[in-house]
Design a protein around this ligand. Structure first.
Ligand SMILES: Nc1ncnc2c1ncn2[C@@H]1O[C@H](COP(=O)(O)OP(=O)(O)OP(=O)(O)O)[C@@H](O)[C@H]1O
Length: 242
């Protein structure tokens, strides 16, 4: 999926949260979004996912159809980006009175999958779940922060999305799980050509997995960095060590 942003603006009171004149996320990119607290990363994701309304501007998505054709839509006017998008922003995406198994099947059903299809898709994340997610006979609300994070991330993958949006996915994860997740993201992108948007405060991980990195400050993209072979690392290091 390709995403074109034009004149996108969102303010909360007199505070500019996002102000992006023009920006394109190309099909198949892994775009890392970095920036200090309050830079606007989550707000940008919420705007892209039509979870909040922009004050102005447009987002258009160019979706790849199965037959090789493409269709361009405005996500606030059309629904057909939803079946091809997976996202996990925060715990608010979870249904905490369900078990993970029930939640995954619910997400699967919304996406037209049978329970068997969902179960086998979830099973492919066995290594990431590390024996601590399935079969625990407990509700999501009683899971640790890290395991809730894993449940949300896995649910974002369930429909094999062509756009995957993960907000600070490494948060709460132990170092081993962070490494597994980096591999999952890179492998999924390599296998499917999906477009992946990730925000993170972990610069090492962001540089490791992203093909391009956008640096946000006060809602503006102040640097758009190609990241071949980690080429963005130096600029980011200088920026965050000022
Ligand atoms: N619902 C809201 N009401 C008021 N202000 C908000 C709201 N959501 C975000 N903001 C403000 O918008 C700005 C951007 O916030 P946002 O959460 O997008 O930043 P972020 O880059 O994701 O930050 P962090 O790294 O801390 O998660 C901040 O000044 C924040 O306080």
């Amino acid at each position: 999926m390709k995403i074109d942003i034009n004149g996108l603006k969102k303010a909360f009171g007199d505070k500019t949260a996002v102000d992006i004149p023009t920006f394109t996320v190309y099909d198949g990119e892994i775009l890392g979004l970095v920036g200090n607290n309050g830079a606007g990363k989550t707000t940008l994701f919420r705007l892209l996912l039509d979870l909040i309304k922009a004050d102005g501007g447009t987002v258009t998505m160019t979706i790849n159809n199965d037959d090789g054709t493409q269709v361009t839509i405005n996500p606030s006017e059309s629904e057909n980006w939803k079946p091809v998008t997976g996202a996990y922003i925060d715990e608010g995406f979870l249904i905490d009175f369900l078990t993970p198994e029930e939640y995954f099947r619910f997400i699967g059903k919304v996406n037209g999958l049978t329970d068997n299809e969902t179960d086998s898709r979830v099973a492919s994340f066995e290594h990431f779940m590390n024996g601590e997610v399935l079969g625990q006979k407990k509700l999501i609300r009683n899971y640790s922060a890290g395991n809730k994070q894993k449940i949300g991330i896995i649910s974002a993958f369930i429909n094999n999305p062509q756009l995957l949006v993960l907000d600070e996915p490494f948060n709460f994860l132990d170092p081993t799980s962070q490494n597994i997740l980096m591999h999952l993201i890179k492998d999924y992108n390599a296998k499917t050509g999906a477009t992946i948007l990730i925000s993170s405060h972990n610069l090492t991980h962001t540089v490791e997995i992203s093909t391009r990195i956008a640096l946000l400050e006060s809602g503006l993209i102040i640097n758009d960095l190609p990241n071949t072979e980690g080429s963005a690392a130096k600029v980011l290091e200088d920026y965050f060590n000022r």
